[in-house]
Design a protein around this ligand. Structure first.
Ligand code: ADP
Ligand code: MG
Length: 256
C-alpha cells in the first residue's frame, strides 16, 4: 500500500458521474502529475482529497488510515489553488502563519483568529514567527512579509501560497494548476522551484496541470484521466511511448 491510496473514488453531481471509481497508490515522496481534458474531474478529485467535497463512494487512505470522515482541517493535506486563495486582508506573513496558528488553537478559537488575525495571540505568534521566517527565506519572500496580496505580483502571491501550504509540513501536497496564472517565463522558472520544494517536503504530491510539458519535466509518474476514469498511471516516457488506451494516445498526442 502506498503513502496515499485512493480506492474506487466515485462522485456524481445531480446524476452526472464525474469520477468513476478512481484508484491510485502514491509512494512516499512521489510526484504525480494529473493530466486530462478540461472537465474530466481533476479538480473534483483534489477537492475530495482535501476534504472540501465528499465522494459518493470509495476510500482515501493516508499512511493506511482512512481519511474519508476526517474534517478538512484535521487531514494535514495542503492544497494550492490556481487563484492562490490568499486572505486579502492579511499580510503575506500572516497568511503563512494561519495554518500554524490553526494547529495550535482549539476549533472554537479558530474563526475569530482569521478575522482579527493574531494581535491578541502573542504566545502563539512568538513560536510561529520563526517558522514563518524560515519558510519565507526558503521561498525568497522575506522582503514581502508585511505586504498584502493586493500589493504583490502574481508570481509573488504564488510563492506566498506555496509557503502557506508547506509551513505546516503536510503529509500530502495537492496543487491544482498552480502556475497557470503566471507568464511563460515565470512558469518555467517556478517548475524547478516546486520540484525542489517537493523534494524537501518528501511527501506524496498530486499536481494537476493542463500543460503536458510541465507534467513531463516535473513528475515521477503521470496519471491520465479522461471522463472521470484514470486510464493510465506510468512514468512520463511510458505514457508517451506506450499509451495504454486510444483516448490516452489522443490526449497526449494532440497538437499544442
Ligand atoms: P477539471 O478540473 O478536470 O477541469 P472538474 O473536476 O472541475 O474538472 O469538473 C468535472 C465536471 O464536474 C465538470 O463537468 C463540472 O462542470 C462538474 N462539476 C464540478 N463541480 C461541480 C459542482 N459543484 N456542481 C456541479 N457540477 C460540478
Ligand atoms: Mg480544474
Amino acid at each position: 500500500m502506498g503513502a496515499l491510496s485512493l480506492r474506487g473514488l466515485s462522485k456524481a453531481f445531480a446524476g452526472n458521474a464525474v469520477l468513476n471509481g478512481v484508484s491510485l497508490d502514491a509512494e512516499p515522496g512521489e510526484f504525480i502529475a494529473l493530466v486530462g481534458p478540461s472537465g474530466c474531474g481533476k479538480s473534483t478529485l483534489l477537492r475530495i482529497l482535501a476534504g472540501l467535497d465528499h465522494a459518493d463512494a470509495g476510500e482515501i487512505l493516508v499512511g493506511g488510515k482512512d481519511m474519508s470522515n476526517v474534517a478538512a482541517a484535521d487531514r494535514n493535506i495542503a492544497m494550492v489553488f490556481q487563484s492562490y486563495a490568499l486572505y486579502p486582508h492579511l499580510t503575506a506573513g500572516q497568511n503563512i502563519a494561519v495554518p500554524l496558528a490553526m494547529k495550535r488553537l482549539g476549533r472554537t478559537q479558530r474563526l475569530p483568529l482569521i478575522g482579527s488575525l493574531l494581535p491578541g495571540q502573542k504566545a502563539i505568534r512568538v513560536g510561529i514567527a520563526q517558522d514563518v521566517r524560515e519558510m519565507a527565506a526558503l521561498l525568497k519572500i522575506d522582503h514581502l512579509l508585511d505586504r498584502k496580496p493586493g500589493q504583490m505580483s502574481g508570481g509573488q502571491r504564488q510563492r506566498v501560497a506555496l509557503a502557506r501550504a508547506m509551513v505546516r509540513h503536510p503529509s500530502i501536497f495537492l496543487m491544482d494548476e498552480p502556475l497557470s496564472n503566471l507568464d511563460a517565463n515565470l512558469r518555467v522558472h517556478a517548475r524547478g522551484e516546486i520540484v525542489e520544494l517537493h523534494r524537501r517536503a518528501g511527501v506524496p504530491t498530486l499536481y494537476v496541470t493542463h500543460d503536458q510539458a510541465e507534467a513531463l519535466s516535473m513528475a515521477d509518474r503521470v496519471a491520465v484521466m479522461i471522463g472521470g476514469n484514470l486510464l493510465q498511471l506510468a512514468a512520463p516516457e511510458t505514457i508517451y511511448n506506450d499509451p495504454a488506451h486510444i483516448e490516452v494516445a489522443r490526449f497526449v498526442g494532440q497538437p499544442r
